[in-house]
Write a protein that binds this ligand. Sequence first.
Ligand code: ASP
Length: 332
Amino acid sequence: MKRRKFIKNASLSGLGITIGGSLKSCVETSSDEANVNKSKAQLPLVVATWNVKSATAKAWEVLTKGGSALDAVEEGCRLEEANENGQTVGKGGLPDRDGNVTLDACIMNAEGNTGSVVYLQNITHAVSVARKVMEDTPHVMLAGKGAEKFALTKGFKKENLLTDASKKAWKKWAKTSQYEPIINIENHDTIGMLAIDQQGDISGACTTSGLAYKMNGRVGDSPIIGAGLFVDNEIGGAVATGLGEEIVKTVGSFLIVELMRHGKTPQQACEEAIKRIVQKPKSNYKNFQVGYIAVNKQGEIGAYSIHQWFSLTAFQNGRNQTIQSDYFNKNS
Ligand code: ASP
């Protein structure tokens, strides 16, 4: 990753972003961001994992036109899914070890309804298929060929998702076939997005091509409600990125929402969820990354990861900013 300049230890609250805990963060410097709006948090807002300013800007546009949080997160995720240069989401996503691009996605609305797709092939907009599962079927999850067949009946276009760039990367990897779910320091990965609309309603979505060069058939946390995403409109929402197996084992996003229900700020709740992973007996957390973001009903934001270089993008108070999250392993 190209290293950028950071202001160390600026707090999110000093950036016009409402933060519920003691988060210390590092913020990209720019003359624009130096002039931050210190006004009180107000709705709407959108937050997403990683540096995805175009996606949060798209969602913000929907929200400020009076659109729903659900439409906002879907539109924001779709933008990244269509971006062929992004190798972790939708078209252009890196394949499994056998060369198949397989997508996982889910969506959850303010009524507590949800839809998800796992192991979806040949369809770019997995998040929209997940929404159709939620709205047009009596089920919450469709997998593989069934999910693809359903998408085609709903008018989605069949496409080859393996771009030349991703094919090249996979062929290079296949020379050694060394599989390490590495600590991810890229600024682009699973896109998890949470939004609160002008009515104060919360929705979330999550979309990914999963871990690069995973075993064929592997499904991560991103389409599993409670793991990769959870929303409770009375309380708040949370989304995850990183090594899905660890997120599933601790039901991370549901845990964060429940901790907020019991009085923790989004920041405290994210920190506790990371602790549940790193404090497990025999945890080998030094070898993998997990990052969480959360919002509560008051529009406060939290973020925490195991290692450095996890970032989130927040569009709030009219400002779209990418922020480095605080992290557990200060020696990383
Ligand atoms: N959480 C995703 C998965 O395990 C990958 C990621 O966010 O890096 O499939």
